[in-house]
Design a binder for this molecule. Structure first.
Ligand SMILES: O=P(O)(O)OC[C@H]1O[C@H](O[C@H]2O[C@H](CO)[C@@H](O)[C@H](O)[C@H]2O)[C@H](O)[C@@H](O)[C@@H]1O
Length: 385
């Protein structure tokens, strides 16, 4: 996921599905060396992203927001006008899985051959991965079957949920205390204080969770909280007359959902968001699935959260650890990239029912295939004795 440059706002975007790919993107970040060095000099996490000060609807259109909004979250399958999935579409998907991103189910044996003698560390995105995408963000419930699959897998492998949602919200959905949680796209990480989360270079806060247990919190964007709260209030106010808009408080980020807004009003949504964040050069905008996400301009993302968790759990740079990350969204690409290119080599698994470019190695079609994959991991582990 990169910052789209050359426009008035720091639009973070990345590849839409292959069929509609047309945005030019460029990386514009402070280089990341390691979680430890970045965090020991906390100010280095700040990204400098210049923004021009103009503010008209044309600007929103020309800077690519609308294009990105339209291309976000394609339907699970592209249907023809009779609502029948076409053979051509199926063929394209099959080719995509055969040639570029093999199914993690059909390649299960192969993946496991790399996992032999290694400890698997599992990272799971929430929306679109453990729960299907639904119209109403507050109703993205996880099925009991999925919860039990996650619970079983966590008995054998350290398992973390890394979500764009607030950590509290994602915990409310998942309700499994044995997992690690990273909310706000990795900017809010929690583990039980008794666990091994123990990073010598990093500032952390001892806190108490809802059950009264001691926990470690790591929140690299805590200084942004007052700013985010202000922006949240302004966004609620400025979008209140646009039917269907939902502004979601994700603690260190704010999501402005337009899934239920008529397409003719999307430019208006974009304009409201642009107006609100324009005075805040330390905030940036990213595109998710029918959602505009406002977050601090710090060099921290889901990829950094994965590295942080691996380091904290003593699982980094180990020949005998295989990290696996399963996710469906643009923000998950940062984690896929870290596993593909970083020192902690592992596998990214993209959840997608349509062909798209990704930094992942493998693919799964939808949350039901994710559940099958989790169950297969458990069966494999049990068979190893
Ligand atoms: O990182 P994630 O766990 O995948 O969270 C990303 C965003 O997910 C949620 O929005 C998406 O799912 C909703 C429920 O299915 C859907 O209605 C919405 O259109 C999607 O964008 C969540 O509400 C956001 O806050 C998260 O950032």
């Amino acid at each position: 996921m990169d910052i789209k440059s050359g426009h008035s706002s720091p639009v973070m975007t990345d590849s839409p599905p292959i069929s509609s790919s047309r945005l030019t993107i460029r990386q514009n970040r402070i280089p990341y060396s390691s979680a430890a060095t970045a965090l020991s000099q906390n100010n280095n996490l700040l990204l400098t992203v210049p923004r021009k000060k103009t503010g008209i609807l044309d600007d929103v259109k020309s800077n690519g927001w609308l294009d990105a909004m339209k291309s976000s979250s394609p339907p699970p399958t592209i249907l023809n006008k009779d609502n029948i999935s076409s053979d051509a579409t199926d063929m394209t998907y099959r080719e995509w899985t055969q040639l570029k991103y093999p199914s993690a189910l059909t390649s299960f044996e192969k993946i496991m051959s790399f996992a032999k003698g290694k400890r698997i560390a599992l990272f799971l995105d929430y929306d679109g991965t453990l729960s299907p995408i639904v119209e109403e963000p507050d109703c993205a419930y996880m099925s009991d079957a999925m919860r039990s699959a996650v619970q079983n897998v966590a008995k054998y492998f350290p398992t973390a949920i890394i979500s764009g949602r607030s950590r509290d919200k994602v915990y409310e959905f998942v309700r499994l205390s044995e997992l690690y949680y990273a909310g706000s796209h990795g900017m809010d990480i929690m583990s039980s204080a008794g666990e091994t989360l123990n990073h010598k270079h990093l500032s952390r806060t001892l806190s108490i969770n809802e059950k009264g247990k001691d926990v470690n919190l790591f929140q690299p964007a805590s200084e942004f909280l007052p700013m985010i709260d202000k922006v949240l209030c302004s966004l609620v106010e400025s979008t209140k007359d646009i039917e269907g808009v939902k502004v979601e408080d994700n603690k260190f980020c704010v999501s402005v959902h337009y899934r239920n807004v008529e397409e003719k009003n999307w430019a208006l949504v974009a304009q409201c968001v642009d107006n609100v964040i324009r005075p805040y050069p330390k905030l940036r905008l990213t595109h998710g699935r029918k959602v505009l996400e406002i977050r601090p301009v710090i060099d921290w993302d889901k990829g950094k959260a994965v590295t942080f968790l691996l380091e904290s759990l003593g699982l980094n740079n180990c020949e005998d650890v295989l990290p696996i990350y399963v996710g469906d969204d643009r923000t998950d690409e940062d984690a896929f990239k870290v596993l593909r290119d970083g020192p902690n080599h592992g596998y990214g698994i993209l959840v997608s029912a349509v062909p798209k470019e990704s930094n992942a190695f493998y693919s799964l079609r939808d949350p039901s295939e994710v559940m099958e994959f989790l169950k297969s991991l458990v069966t494999w582990k049990r068979s190893m004795g």
